[in-house]
Design a protein around this ligand. Sequence first.
Ligand code: HEC
Length: 171
Amino acid sequence: MNTTVRLLALFLAAGISQMASAEEIDNLTAVYNEDGKYFTEDDVPTYNVQEDGTIDWPTYSGFRRYHSECHVCHGPEGEGSSYAPALKASAIDMDYYDFVDVVVNGRTRVGAAENSVMPSFGNNPNVMCYLDDIYVYLKARGAEVVPRGRPRKKEPKHDAIREAENACLGS
Ligand code: HEC
C-alpha cells in the first residue's frame, strides 16, 4: 500500500468507527448466554426467542413474577393502567440501571390531583430475587416478540439459576 492509500484507509476507518459510536446502543439483542441467562453486548440482561418460539427461562419466570407482584398496578402483560405506566414501554425506553433503581427505591411524584406512588421493593425477596426476570419479560413484551398470555415453549431451568434463586431467597 502506498502512503496515500494507507492514509485514506485510516480516514475511512476512523469515520466508520465514529458512525458506530454515534449509533444508538442495541439494548435488546442477546449476544451471549451465561448459565441460561442472556445478555446484550453491554452486559445488560435481555430475552432470547428461538425461531420456533421457545423463550429463555428468565423471560418465562418474569411472566409469572410480574403477574404476582406488579400487574395489580401496572396492568396485565405490562400494558399499563390508569394508575401506573405501561412497563413494557418503560423496559425498552429506560436504562436498565434506572429501571432497577425505581424498583429498589420506589418513586413518588407529587402531582396536582393526587400523588403517584411506586412503592419500594428493595426488601421484598420475591421481587429482588427475580428482578432481572421481570425486566427481560417486560422488554420482550415491549419488543413484541412474545405474545400475550402464558408463554408455552420455554428453555429448561438451568441448574445455576436454581442455585442462585435458592441462595437469594435464603432457602
Ligand atoms: C401499588 C402500585 C404499584 C405496584 C404494586 C408496582 N408499581 Fe411500579 N409504579 C407505580 C406507579 C404509580 C408508578 C409511577 C410513579 C411516578 O409517577 O413516579 C410506577 C412506576 C414504575 C416504574 C417507572 C416507570 C417509568 O416509565 O418511569 C417502574 C420501572 C416500575 N414502576 C416497576 C415496577 C415493578 C417491576 C413492579 C413489580 C415488582 C411494580 N412497579 C409494582 C405503582 C406500582
